[in-house]
Design a protein around this ligand. Structure first.
Ligand code: TXA
Ligand code: MG
Length: 370
């Protein structure tokens, strides 16, 4: 199939192009589109066959449910039942925006869309192109991240083209996304509500609205753990992994630079293509020829925004061995380290002690497992 590309400026939305893309969705086809977090791979959430096409295009296991994207509050009541007061309070504060809520699903949502679960994930994105597309489609839009299953999520149209060209009807190119990591997922079907995936909306922000918020312990553990049973099925798959061997090196900056410089020298002497992922503040400390600046520590937002593009570059440039600094910290640090640790298969070196370890994250800090 030939994939159409519609280039749309989010500041001056061309409604003819939105209409053309929305018609594809209404006819059961797939359209990738920008959201404020990452690009989504959209299909009609109320059409079981469209959901099946999404799983096929991504190569995604069909037990891994999709997020239903809506553009108004009336939609919430059509796809979810027993909607608690807390959902309205969270919507008031964070929608439209990067928060996904898990609620009991209504009978109208096909079980193909929810991977067979009796609950449904719902999100009202804030990206103007996403909102116009949903409205024009006359339906609700099921959309996982628009990457091939297992690759980093797409943060620009070129990433989507790499993974989806020829596999879907259309791609809306709306430029680089703002946030760069997926939405926070909160389960409201349990008491207290529980974070299933960390994202831009932090636990602290949720606690401004809710009295109590738990964190699914499974998102902090390694996915090889026998007891790993996350409530968000997607969190059990090894995501975002570059083809090269990625290791995170943490500790005081001087020790981190010394360890990484020694290890990259060793890898290069074996003829391996070697890369370093570093913050702007410390990038000049590395001798390796392939140093990729991911953002600056003074702006966690900049690190989140570039994370997946940098991970994709590791594959594009066929890097064999990759060392990254750690970006643990408050706020967005938890979401960044959740994704980076998964990409590294939880391989971490403590540069201060020289210990190689597998770690968990706790409160945004990497923490050695005993
Ligand atoms: O920011 C985002 O959320 C992006 C954009 C496109 O909106 N979407 C996204 O979708 O990240 P996806 O499919 O890549 O991730 C959805 C996650 C998966 O881990 C899935 O298992 C979980 O949400 N999920 C979906 N429905 C669920 C449900 N009913 N219960 C628990 N987890 C659910
Ligand atoms: Mg995804």
């Amino acid at each position: 199939m030939e994939t159409k590309i519609y280039t749309i400026d989010k500041a001056h939305i061309d409604m003819d192009k939105i209409k053309a893309a929305a018609d594809i969705l209404a006819r059961g086809g797939l359209v990738a589109f920008p959201t404020e977090t990452v690009y989504g791979l959209g299909g009609d959430a109320m059409d079981a066959r469209a959901s099946e096409k999404i799983y096929a295009a991504k190569g995604r296991p069909s037990d891994n449910p999709l997020i239903v994207h809506i553009a108004d509050m009336k939609a919430l009541e059509e796809i979810a039942v027993h909607v608690p007061e807390s959902a309205y309070a969270l919507a008031e504060r964070f929608w439209p925006g990067p928060l996904t809520m898990i609620l009991d699903k209504s009978d109208r949502v096909p079980s193909e869309t929810t991977g067979g679960l009796s609950t449904v994930a719902v999100r009202m994105p804030s990206h103007p192109i996403a909102l116009e597309l949903i409205r024009a489609s006359g339906t609700y839009v099921a959309a996982p991240s628009a990457n091939t299953s297992g690759r980093p999520s797409p943060t620009m149209a070129s990433h989507v083209i790499e993974d989806m060209d020829g596999r879907i009807e259309a791609i809306i190119d709306g430029g680089k996304v703002g946030i760069g990591i997926e939405s926070t997922i909160i389960d409201l079907t349990c008491e207290p509500p529980m974070i299933l995936r960390p994202g831009y909306i932090t636990r602290e922000m949720l606690l401004e609205v809710l009295d109590e918020v738990d964190v699914d312990q499974a998102i902090l553990t390694e996915n090889t753990d026998k007891n790993f049973k996350p409530k968000a099925p997607g969190m059990k798959y090894r995501h975002y992994a570059p083809k090269g061997e990625l290791t995170i090196v943490e500790g005081t900056p001087d020790h981190v630079a010394a360890v990484i410089n020694a290890l990259t020298k060793q890898a290069q002497s074996q003829g391996l293509l070697t890369a370093v992922i570093a913050a702007g503040e410390t990038a000049s400390r590395y001798d390796c020829p392939n140093v990729f600046t991911i953002g600056t520590r003074s702006s966690e937002e900049s690190i989140a925004a570039n994370l997946y593009d940098v991970l994709r570059k590791m594959d594009d440039l066929h890097m064999d061995v990759i060392y990254s600094e750690s970006y643990a910290g408050g706020g967005l640090g938890q979401a960044i380290m959740n994704r980076l640790l998964k990409a590294a298969g939880h391989k971490v070196i403590d540069a201060d002690t020289g210990r190689h370890q597998h770690t968990l994250i706790e409160n945004g800090r990497a923490k050695a497992r005993s």
